[in-house]
Design a protein around this ligand. Sequence first.
Ligand code: MG
Length: 260
Amino acid sequence: MIEPGLATAAALAAMRDAVRPGITPLELDALAEEAIRARGGAPNFMLEPGYKHTICANVNEHVVHGIPSERPLVPGDIVALDAGAVIGGWHGDAAITAVLPDHADPERTAANEKLSRVTEQAMWRGIARLATGTHLNEVGEAVAGYVRANSDFGVLEDYIGHGIGRSMHEDPPVFNVPVRRRGPEIKPGLVVAIEPIISAGGIDTVVEDDDWTVTIADGSMSAQWEHSVAVHEKGIWVLTAEDGGASGLEPLGVTPVPIP
Ligand code: MG
C-alpha cells in the first residue's frame, strides 16, 4: 500500500500547490488525476458507482462527497480536497483542507484557518493514538478530546474513517468520537483511514439534490483532514505522507517507522 499512498500524496500536493483564487475544483481534479496516473495509479473514487471524478471538493458549508464544480474559488473560501489512488488492487485515501485568505475579511480568514488547523491537529492526535493505544476506539477519544479542548467546533458523527486495503472502504469503522465499544485491537496488519470532519457550528447534515454533495444543515463552514495509516510490527507509518507522518507526529512524541 506504499505506492498508492504516495500517489495519493502526490495528488494532494499538486492541488495544495495550485489552490488560489480563480482556479476551479474541476481544474484541481484534473491535476490530481494527472499526478496519480504519472505514478502508475488510477483514481479510485471513479470506482464508486456513478462517480466520474478523481476528487471530492467540499467548499465552505459543503462537507463531504462534493462533486468538483466549475465555480472558481474566491478569497474567503475554505475547501476540503479528498482524493485516492489504486495501484495493483491496493488503495490509498487522504484529504487536506485549504484556506483562501480574504484580506478584506480577516476575521473570516482567521476563523477558517483555526477550523482547518484544529481539524488537522485532531487528525494527528488520532494517528498518534493509533501508535500508543490498544483498541481502535481510542482514536475517536483522541480526536474529539482535542477538538473539545481547543474549540467549540462540532465533530460530525455521520461520516467516519474506515479500514482500507483491497477496497477503499472496509471494516473496521474508525469513529471520531468516543463510542461504547472498544473496537478491534490495534495490531500489525491494521490499515485505517483516519479522517475527522469538523463543523464550525452544528453537526447535522443534509444531502443536496445532486444526491452526492453533503452540506452542514445550519450552513456552517467545515473542514476535513485524512491520512491512510498502517500498523506494522515495528510501529506505524502514514502511507499517504511523503515523510510517513513525521512532521505531524514527532511534535506529539511519536516517531513513524518505515515498513520493513
Ligand atoms: Mg476516507
